[in-house]
Design a protein around this ligand. Structure first.
Ligand SMILES: [Mg+2]
Ligand SMILES: [Zn+2]
Length: 212
């Protein structure tokens, strides 16, 4: 007979593990394996940067974006989008606009047989709403994702077109890969070359992924 039972004087609950191995309650956390994740910037990385995008019809995936996300899905790496949306603080778009654009991103990616595990966004702008911890390179949204998706950040990858997208990789001892666009400042590319990695495009990133 299997199922939870209480052991002796400690009162711990013991449960049978997947192969009938008895796992004591206090060790159960270690059984929950933390996974590597890939943190993706949105504008200029996953989709073409249209600057304060509020029209779902204008969403355009970057080349190989869906291929990258599908690969991550296949590898069981959570694909987490983290995006600064200061246009909300500036009154250039609403949370509803942001939601509509996010749904369109999800639809386009799902048409290609892939999915984003979760999107996180910072709606703030220091000049309008004061300082916050969630605006990249702030780490608050990543910390939330780490907990919500059981992520091992030191095994994770940060991908973006700006230094602020990949700087958090240094904070978490993960890997940062800059994928520059024509709008990426040259000094940020130099900084990424010195402290992280630089890829030519998302196809190149797919080749940089740890094998499995
Ligand atoms: Mg960007
Ligand atoms: Zn914020």
């Amino acid at each position: 007979m299997t199922g939870p039972r209480v052991s002796g004087a400690t009162g711990r609950t013991d449960v049978s593990g997947p192969h009938g191995v008895l796992i004591s309650g206090e060790n159960r956390a270690s059984v929950r394996e933390l996974r590597p994740a890939v943190f993706l910037d949105r504008d200029g990385t996953l989709i073409v940067d249209k600057h304060y995008l509020r029209e779902p019809d204008e969403v355009q995936l970057m080349p190989d974006a869906a291929n990258l996300v599908r690969k991550l899905n296949y590898m069981l790496y959570p694909a987490i989008v983290v995006t600064n949306q200061s246009g909300i603080a500036q009154g250039l778009l609403t949370e509803a606009d942001y939601d509509a654009v996010r749904r369109r991103v999800d639809d386009l990616i799902s048409e290609r047989g892939a999915f984003i595990d979760q999107h996180y966004h910072c709606p703030h702008h220091p000049d309008f709403t004061g300082p916050c911890g969630c605006r990249k390179p702030g780490t608050v949204l990543y910390e939330r994702a780490v907990v919500e998706h059981a992520i091992n950040p030191a095994m994770s990858l940060w991908i973006g077109d700006r230094w602020r997208d990949i700087a958090p990789a240094l904070h978490f001892s993960g890997r940062g890969i800059l994928v520059p666009t024509a709008e990426t400042p040259p000094e940020e590319i130099e900084q990424a070359r010195a402290q992280c990695e630089v890829a030519e495009n998302l196809l190149d990133v797919i080749h940089h992924l740890p094998g499995r």
